[in-house]
Design a protein around this ligand. Sequence first.
Ligand SMILES: [Zn+2]
Length: 563
Amino acid sequence: MSYLVLARKWRPQTFSDLIGQEHVSQTLKNAIDTGRVAHAFLFTGARGVGKTSSARILAKTLNCEQGPTTEPCNSCPACKEITEGNSVDVFEIDGASNNGVDEIRELRDNVKYLPSHSRYKIFIIDEVHMLSNSAFNALLKTLEEPPPHIKFIFATTEPHKVPITILSRCQRFDFKRIPLTMIVARLRYIIDQEQVSMSDAALTMVARKGDGSMRDSLSTLDQVLAFCGEKVDDAAVVAILGVVARQLLLEVVRLVIARDTSGLMALVAQVDASGCNMRNFCNELIVQMRALLLLNSAPKSADLLDLSELELQESLQLAQNCDLVTLQRFISILLKAEGEMAHSSFGRLLQEMALIRMATISPVVTVDELLGKLNALTAGGSNAPLAADPSPVSYRPAAQRAQAGSQNSVPRTAAPVTPRETAPAANHDTADSKRSWQGFVAFAKARRPMLGTKLEKASPLQTVDNALKIGYHKGTLELTMMQEEESRKLLLELAAEYFGTAMTVTIVTLNGSEESLPQSIAEKKSAESARSEQELRIAVENHPAVKATMSIFGGEIVSMKKA
Ligand SMILES: [Zn+2]
């Protein structure tokens, strides 16, 4: 193996070597093909995604003896010098260490002279945002009126720190994080060239550690190779990188779905024994659950996830076995545990509790599923499906219910509520149906609400033959008040007006020993509401949908409401 670190040894030398930045290389190639090459470029993006490499490739495409060309030959002196970093016409300046005005003044003086033996003088300024303000001002003079033989290529991880006056004079290219699958593919190519044996799973762990940066991924690979030599096994990579093997995370999900708590506990023990930090493990699990959530809710969202092809296939399969609501509950449980781990020395216990909770969680039944089940069950008993029935708990007479005929049990009939309620009160009422006691109370209530309310509570003992005789129970407030002269007078007036003739009015004191008293209006009302409640309950209890619900899911009728 070479002593050169992989990142340098495998630095891309042509645009086709450049991974994950096709949008950049394509635009630059087009510019070169059409001869419309800008005089200043700004390459922005995270570290290790190919900015400096691209700057060197661009320099070569412009200065190659075969060029300008989209594919530099990499064999002419100009190309070789640039690769080796000793071209007299290509200047690489590190903005981080050369942030003074002096360096830029020197650069400005240098700009005046023609390139010594190349087509262009090219200034590559890395970390350009680190330049001081006066350095920027000095640079700006050159950028405003650049000589035709000068090209600037600026690179930065923080474009927002570059003054707008500079930005506006550059053609800007935003470099992206490199997708995991692309990094893995590139690592696979390099590993094969280096004749090292390493699994895809191990390469994925290395690439994931690089977090979208090719340089960081290659540095990690260097670290692994330094430890393992030419045969790398997965367990060693897990140990070196301190990561949780993805297979282990997928196994957790499988065990949770299978509700295998003892399997889960064994797995936590295994993770703990491997020295992995429990909170880290929990974090990884959350990331894995998020992947399942995304794949479940939007199967085409795979692009949003950093998963290798194998992991993607396995995750897709698992995602199909879960429902969205359950996945969300899993994530809440894990997030809670993760938060608690920050303040606790019982990380393993918290992780175990979370996993047990996940494995024993009761399944969620959605309303749609419930209705579906009910429709299926009541299909034989009810004429119409539940959803199509506009009033699912409508009252039907007992006879009609019996005709429906699906129930094996004898339908309960509405029993009379009270004998008193049904006893005819006709002999107490006036023959003239238009002039009834009920009508009089309503009339009185409209005129004199206070008096009307008292009349509602009276037992109408006689309302015929020009005589009004009403009774109140002994000791009631109504009795006392109605016996007052003023009330009697008012009652006489109202009665005369309503019945159309002079009436005698008698207030009787009831002592509770009377038999078969006619009901007061208030009593009638309360009896009616009790009866209607009872009828409603019977109707609801006998409704096929309700019967099915109670028999399948258990439960009782707590309250009813008329629609
Ligand atoms: Zn060349």
